[in-house]
Write a protein that binds this ligand. Structure first.
Ligand code: NBP
Length: 482
């Protein structure tokens, strides 16, 4: 039953798929009366007849009716598919809006699209907020992590409602004003890139236990459950335990054993890698995760190759002896933790570069804080990350904060041990390898780039600098020398 009159609805939600429905219910439960609209009326009708039944949610069936139901300035949350649908909905709404009204895009939009839309919408006198929303279906209903970016005056209008609906962690509500323009969607993109890295590292860890120790899915699930009590405590480690222990009612096998081993990469993961190349700030663990997903999708080619390319376990190439189980499991726990640290270090470094490049003045400590609850990458690890950037907002790399120096130093020998085992058994471990190479590259005073510069000068007269004197040099390599 509606208690708030049409024309006085606090907020409007456009798009009633998974996210829109759950956010509308969350908003209503927290005392803000929403009006909702969906392009296909049947979806609105179903929502009103089922999940929204008995709530103070007002269903509307034309854009005009929807806009007319809202108090001013109008606050309209778009939860439609990212890409052209967002532009289409803005174009439909625009004729009915007035200066000062606020459009919030809560989808996974590309941050450069958000920058463009911010300008287009501002030219019409409206405000545009690009808001990253993380937490999936459950988060949207019970408290997501929210990453809104856009003009401050619009944030001030939205803050009470966004604070009410956001997840609450020990550090407070998981929402903050990220910065101007596309910064909110950018931070969500990095969040998702880190999520890619986390999942790939978890998958490699599972693969090492499965293949080198011959453990069952349920046994591995128990290990993840135990790890979730310690420093690896996180939503993804928690659900890994649950997924691995889930028994398929059809086959009575662990369900994970009958799930096809092909994962797609799209949208935010790929965008994170692309942007890191543009900004020259490498994120090799996240890149490895994106690449691993692409390679996994080549199933038929992998099957063909498995018949002709040999490796450990092939005829004449026996597996190494089975490792000591407890020792390897302990090593895996520390390896996963250290590898995760490098991945977060890479994501945070990219955020720092983006902040400078796009003039966003991002607060990395605050960003880590709003990821401590509600979102997919919520983890105990985010607390020391939050502290590290609070203590030193200019920290050049997360690995250099005292706590993380200690963790990397104590855990990296076990990361090496795990990679050694993986390679010995022929188990792909590209994200783990990317993590240790990142550490080894970052800590290395001397890299082989001297030879690269020599080669470039040889074939292209690209010149080089010397370590023993100032200046730019070129050598006629074919005239002198051996
Ligand atoms: P989807 O991404 O599946 O989008 C479906 C919604 O978009 C429906 O309401 C559909 O209306 C509407 N829509 C489309 Br498609 N084209 C439209 C158009 N031209 N005009 C108007 N409406 C249009 O929904 P979702 O999974 O709820 O996700 C919404 C956004 O949130 C996406 O950007 C997504 O990436 C992001 N996100 C999703 C999750 C998640 O866990 N699912 C998490 C975080 C963020 P119709 O009913 O008429 O077809």
């Amino acid at each position: 039953m509606s208690t708030v009159q049409s024309g006085e609805r606090h907020v409007g939600v456009v798009g009633l798929a998974v996210m829109g429905e759950n956010l509308a219910l969350n908003i209503e439960r927290n005392g803000f009366a929403p009006a909702v609209y969906n392009r296909t009326a049947a979806r609105t009708e179903e929502f009103l007849a089922k999940r929204a039944m008995g709530t103070d949610i007002l269903g509307t069936f034309t854009i005009e009716e929807f806009v007319g139901a809202l108090e001013r300035p109008r606050r309209i949350l778009l939860m439609v598919k990212a890409g052209p649908p967002v532009d289409a909905v803005i174009a439909e709404l625009a004729p009915y809006l007035e200066p000062g009204d606020i459009l919030i895009d809560g989808g996974n939009s590309l941050f450069t699209d958000t920058e463009r839309r911010s300008h287009e919408v501002a030219d019409k006198g409206f405000h545009f907020i690009g808001m990253g929303v993380s937490g999936g279906e459950e988060g949207a209903l019970w408290g997501p992590s929210l990453m809104p970016g856009g003009p401050n005056e619009a944030w001030v209008e939205l803050e009470p409602m966004l604070t009410a609906i956001a997840a609450k962690s020990a550090s407070g509500p998981c929402v903050t004003h990220i910065g101007p323009g596309g910064s909110g969607h950018y931070v969500k993109m990095i969040h998702n890139g880190i999520e890619y890295g986390d999942m790939q590292l978890i998958a490699e860890t599972y693969d090492v236990m499965r293949r080198s120790l011959g453990m069952t899915a349920a046994e591995i699930g128990e290990v993840f459950d135990r790890w979730n009590e310690g420093k690896l405590e996180s939503f993804l480690v928690e659900i890994t335990g649950k997924v691995l222990k889930y028994v398929d009612p059809l086959t009575e096998e662990p369900l994970v054993n009958v799930i096809a081993d092909q994962a797609a990469q799209k949208g935010t993961g790929r965008w994170t890698s692309q942007n890191s190349y543009e900004l020259g700030t490498p994120i090799p663990v996240i890149d490895a995760a994106v690449i691993a997903r692409s390679l996994s999708s080549f199933k038929s080619r992998r099957l063909e190759a498995s018949k002709v390319i040999k490796g450990p376990g092939s005829e004449g190439m026996p597996f190494p002896p089975t490792p000591d189980k407890q020792q390897l499991i302990d090593a895996l726990e520390n390896a996963l933790y250290v590898a995760k640290i490098t991945s977060y270090a890479q994501g945070m470094a990219l955020l720092a570069t983006a902040s400078e490049t796009y003039n966003w003045d991002l607060d990395l400590s605050e960003i880590a804080r709003i990821w401590t609850g509600g979102c997919i990458i919520r983890a105990e690890l985010l607390n020391p990350i939050m502290q590290a950037f609070k203590t030193n907002p200019q920290l050049a790399n997360l690995m250099l904060a005292p706590y993380f120096v200690e963790q990397v130093n104590s855990g990296s020998p076990q990361l090496r041990e795990v990679i050694h085992t993986a390679i010995g058994f022929g188990i792909p471990s590209s994200a783990m390898n990317a993590a240790i190479s990142y550490i080894d590259t970052y800590r290395q005073p001397l890299l082989p780039a001297n030879l690269i510069q020599g080669l470039r000068d040889y074939f292209g007269a690209h010149t080089y600098e010397r370590t023993d004197r100032e200046g730019i040099f070129h050598t006629e390599w074919m005239q002198v020398g051996v």
